[in-house]
Design a binder for this molecule. Structure first.
Ligand code: PMP
Length: 420
């Protein structure tokens, strides 16, 4: 880790991996198998991070590994069209009602960046609206600060982002229809697109009320803007229809990443054919990528999604996650801790009431999580290294593993909160 810091800023290639919030030293991993991660010192951890969401089948699923290995022997990249990208596109289009056409990229950030560009190209408008607490990757125009209360426009949240790049991005709090109405009245005619996470899961798990999502879709449609549902986490995680199925939404565009790549670097954006046909080479909106639709990545995604489309995995994931979360919640009765979940995503929230908006998350609660993280690691549980991050259960987690984890987590929380 020290050696790595000499040549990689902070020793990491993505900041949250540095354990800055939770303290201690990041564990360098060298192998994954099913629900387990193994570090370079020979320690084993039950993995609740799942590489931040892609590993719905767990690590090194035998079918994925064998398909990918075979593909690698045939070639890692061709820079041409392939049958594989058609097969994955066809599978997604046939399962997700809102997607008529889709294009692959190499990350969630690229998917969102491209979806916003095509939405602007299609509508001929510039303004976009996002929500405080939703993360959509690190494209310049999405790194904006939230204000308090009402809409704010374009304060960069990162150094290196010119104000001019964020000036066309408005930010609103989640869970507030009144502010939505007011915003659309004032800005609807200038709005190109609204982007929201299928279920906000980057800043706690802020499950939105269906009424809020439906109102947002209606207002967006009425003003001629496009609704982009960012399903980088929720796509093929909540189920085959992701959050569109959960809320019965029909977004104009959807962004994907994580699960659809089966552990390889893949993102995608898709939706209405008339919008997607604005993309080059058919239309005037430029978008490209040397490794887009990469055959190895497409193979990993295709093998993963084919296993998921048989339907059983989602039911099993849902019931074992619900049982685990119920068990946790029961063992934590009387403490100001909530365990919230949807499908195979869960979040441990150290406050008495569950928040639905980012500004209602108590930072003292996040600190409480951060304080127990190292104790959980020492007991062989790998949870994401920040209290704002959600946890993932995979098909490889067994009931026995989850029961053992629930006992360890609750004992640690009792000890830590009891100490205060
Ligand atoms: N959108 C959402 C909802 C995400 O959760 C993420 C990543 N956590 C991204 C976009 C960006 O994806 P990537 O990290 O692959 O660029």
């Amino acid at each position: 880790m020290q050696a790595s810091k000499a040549v990689i800023p902070g020793g990491v290639n993505s900041p949250v991996r540095a354990f800055k919030s939770v303290g201690g030293t990041p564990r360098a991993m060298m192998r994954g198998q099913g629900a387990w991660l193994y570090d370079i010192d020979g320690n084993r951890y039950l993995d609740f991070c799942g590489s931040w969401g892609p590993l719905i089948l767990g690590h090194t699923d035998a079918d994925v590994v064998s398909a990918v290995t075979e593909q690698i022997r045939r070639g890692m990249t061709f820079g041409t069209v392939t049958e594989l990208e058609f097969n994955l596109a066809d599978l997604i289009v046939s399962h997700v009602d809102a997607v008529e056409k889709i294009r692959f990229v190499s990350s969630g950030t690229e998917a969102v960046m491209s979806a916003i560009r095509v939405a602007r190209g299609f509508t001929g408008r510039d303004l976009i609206l996002k929500f405080d607490g939703c993360y959509h990757g690190h494209a310049d125009h999405l790194l904006v600060k939230a204000g308090s209360g009402s809409a704010t426009f374009g304060q960069p949240s990162s150094a290196g982002v010119p104000r001019a790049f964020t000036g066309q991005t408005a930010v609103l709090p989640l869970d507030d229809e009144e502010l939505l109405e007011e915003f659309f009245q004032q800005n609807g005619d200038k709005l190109a697109a609204v982007i929201i996470e299928g279920v906000p899961a980057n800043n706690g798990l802020l499950i939105q009320r269906p009424e809020f999502m439906i109102r947002l879709q209606k207002l967006t449609r009425e003003c001629g803007a496009l609704l982009i549902l960012d399903e980088v986490i929720t796509g093929f995680r909540l189920g085959l229809q992701g959050a569109t199925g959960h809320y019965q939404l029909k977004p104009d565009l959807i962004t994907f990443g994580k699960v659809i790549g089966g552990g390889m670097p893949v993102g995608a954006f898709g939706g209405r054919a008339d919008v997607m046909e604005k993309l080059s080479p058919l239309g005037p909106v430029y978008q490209a990528g040397t490794l887009s639709g990469n055959p190895v990545a497409m193979t990993a995604g295709l093998t993963t999604l084919r296993k998921l489309t048989d339907g059983q995995i989602y039911d099993q994931l849902k019931s074992k996650t619900a049982a685990f979360v119920d068990d946790l919640q029961k063992q934590l009765t009387g403490l100001p801790v909530q365990v919230v979940s949807i499908a195979s995503i869960f979040w441990i929230c150290f406050q008495p009431n569950l928040p639905r908006a980012a500004d209602r998350i108590e930072s003292s609660g996040i600190e409480k999580f951060n304080r127990i993280h190292g104790h959980l690691l020492d007991q062989g549980l790998y949870l994401p290294p920040s209290g704002y991050e959600v946890c993932f259960v995979s098909a490889a987690h067994t009931e026995e593993m989850l029961n053992d984890a629930a006992d360890k987590i609750t004992r640690t929380i009792h000890r830590s909160l009891g100490d205060q």
